[in-house]
Design a protein around this ligand. Sequence first.
Ligand code: NAP
Length: 327
Amino acid sequence: MTIENVIIIGSGPAGFTAGLYTARAQLNPLLITGNEIGGQVALTHEIENYPGFPEGLPGPELVERFQKQAERFGTRIEYDYVNEVDFHRHPFIVRTQSGKEYQARSVIVSTGATPRKLQVPGEEELTGRGVSYCGTCDGFFFRGKEVVVVGGGDSAIEEGIFLTRFATKVTVIHRRDELRASKILQKRAFENEKMDFIWDTVVESINAGENNAVASVTLRNVKTGEIREFPTDGVFIFIGHVPNSQIFEGQLEMKDGYVVTNKYMHTSVPGVFAAGEIQDNRFRQVASSVGQGTMAAMEAEKFLAELEDKGYEQVRAEMLGLELAGA
Ligand code: NAP
């Protein structure tokens, strides 16, 4: 069986960038896309904060450009979904849904994260039609409108404050009577005249108006049981993210479901690198994921050069700071 130099798992900004860099380093990378090519970017209406595109561009177009550039230098793309890995042996093993099995000298994990869904009626149908999971991406479209933010963590409050730049009113709907967000963010939010809070309340459904866009949410007070309809133009949901890391359980060190890396994008297994939101629950930007994909690719290149010189056991021992038995 051919042994691949690098297998990249995932096709978001980090994955395609890792493809671009490893391809340009003549490593002939194989990128396995996953079920959603482009990941969260592909679901974003317009990206206006990715440098180099002053007019902004639709998320799917940016994904297309990432892919084209990675392929131009020789990244091979497989439209498949990785459902099993074995990092306990080297070469590593990667298995896919379609039944293929690959061997790889190095792996770059860039499977991303998925915004946690409320799982209420209307949410899925109205995504992109008033329901959003990204204030930074979509806030601009709510200029002069009223929106609600669901959640009480740092993301909800930070994005809520950001949304007050555009919306005339931002109402935070939280299931408890106190926020989880840091005190400093709370203070800024409470002092912001455009922000309002509805406590002890959950969203029961998101409702469309005449133009098939969001018109209201149905709310339930968890203490009194009272149900009411609350008119709004937009629903921003920030109730956490779910990293797509299930297949790495028992393979890589993880914290809260995220793959743990050092500042060079090394995971706990020498030769396996991770980039983008699978290992970053803080920045979550296209630009930061692209940077991390670059770093992972450059480290994979360095690892492969050392591997050729010294063999896996030696490189592994050096990377983990171990003494090799008998060395
Ligand atoms: P988070 O801290 O997990 O907060 C999620 C919020 O959503 C919580 O308030 C939670 O309510 C609520 N929630 C969860 N499931 C819900 C459901 N089904 N229905 C209604 N509400 C639900 O997530 P996050 O805000 O995305 O933050 C993730 C991490 O990134 C945190 O460590 C955070 O500190 C960090 N972060 C930091 C910054 C910053 O430092 N500026 C900015 C963004 C994120 P409960 O409070 O009742 O659990």
